[in-house]
Design a protein around this ligand. Structure first.
Ligand code: AMP
Length: 293
């Protein structure tokens, strides 16, 4: 059975209300479409935990700080609906921008702290756009559970923070980053890579994994990040926007590996900006010490 496409919030609300009367548990998976296995893995996790799954497809103009990026973003709603039908999502909610942001729309959700630095520095206004649209989508769907990917690790923190701060009654569940066979993190933007760029792209994840291993073997953070930055450029990336070690729990900057951490990167390959992140395990002795504490 194919997923029903719903565009109007009042229609969505009446379907959700009927599900509620039946006592069903409802999950939402927000996306911008051009669905790949990363999105579908979130949908499968949602189906495992809920009775009904709503996938939202909205290319949110408010979170694009660059008009060319917005114009070039892939739009494949027909294929997306077919993919969702094969995994068994119940509704594809694809509202129009004019309905999401009607004339006179004047509210913005801004999350400080976790939105600062990393992508927040290089994409001004991006996380206000994300926080505003995610707040709207969570309230419009009224779901019990919402699924987000670790691929967008800073976004995950922004969403967790706004849900906590605004008392939105929903549980946020994170899914691991799904990768191509060669390690490249799946992304709707990968389709923009030329063949030559696509061949270089997996080096980014390889370098992250290698650097994470060195950090876990007590290599100095500054030295490991300097070497990694050079390796990314040597692999053919034109620019490294950031490469940073941050605390897993709250994204605080880290200069020594004394807590569970993430290594996060944004780098340009030609005209395409790629982001990725990996977990950095504590050195063995510290991990044992923290487990015992
Ligand atoms: P997007 O359509 O890129 O806005 O992503 C929608 C959701 O899918 C977000 O929660 C992303 O973090 C998640 N996502 C995107 N790519 C991946 C991936 N490769 N693995 C896991 N989740 C992903």
């Amino acid at each position: 059975m194919s997923a029903a496409i719903v565009r109007i919030v009042s229609e969505l609300r009446s379907i959700v209300a009927a599900w509620r009367r039946e006592g069903l548990r409802i999950a939402v998976v927000p996306t911008m479409g051009a669905l790949h296995e990363g999105h579908l893995s979130l949908v499968r996790s949602a189906l495992a935990k809920a009775d009904r799954v709503i996938v939202t497809l909205f290319i949110n103009p408010m979170q694009f700080n660059n008009a060319a990026d917005l114009a070039a973003y892939p739009r494949t709603e027909h294929d997306d609906a077919a993919k969702l039908a094969t995994v068994g999502a119940h509704i594809l909610y694809a509202p129009n921008a004019a309905d999401m942001y009607p004339p006179g729309f004047a509210t913005s959700v801004s999350v400080s702290g976790v939105s600062d630095g990393l992508c927040g520095t290089f994409r001004p206004g991006h996380f206000d756009g994300v926080a505003t649209v995610v707040t709207k989508l969570l309230l419009q769907t009224g779901a019990d559970l919402a699924f987000f990917g670790e691929k967008d690790f800073q976004q995950l923190h922004v969403v967790r923070q706004l849900v906590r701060d605004l008392d939105i009654p929903i549980e946020i569940i994170a899914g691991p980053t799904v990768r191509e066979a060669d390690g490249l993190a799946m992304s709707s933007r990968n389709a923009r890579l030329s063949l030559a760029e696509r061949n270089k792209a997996p080096r980014l994840a390889e370098i992250l994994v290698q650097t994470a291993r060195q950090l876990s073997s007590r290599e100095s953070v500054v030295r490991a990040l300097t070497v990694a930055r050079e390796a990314i450029l040597a692999a053919g990336f034109s620019r490294v926007e950031y490469l940073e070690l941050r605390a897993d729990s709250n994204l605080a900057p880290m200069l020594t590996l004394d807590r569970p951490a993430r290594l996060l990167v944004a780098a340009w390959l030609g005209e395409t900006r790629l982001i990725d992140n990996v977990e950095v395990a504590l050195p063995r002795a510290e991990a044992l010490h923290q487990a015992a504490a």
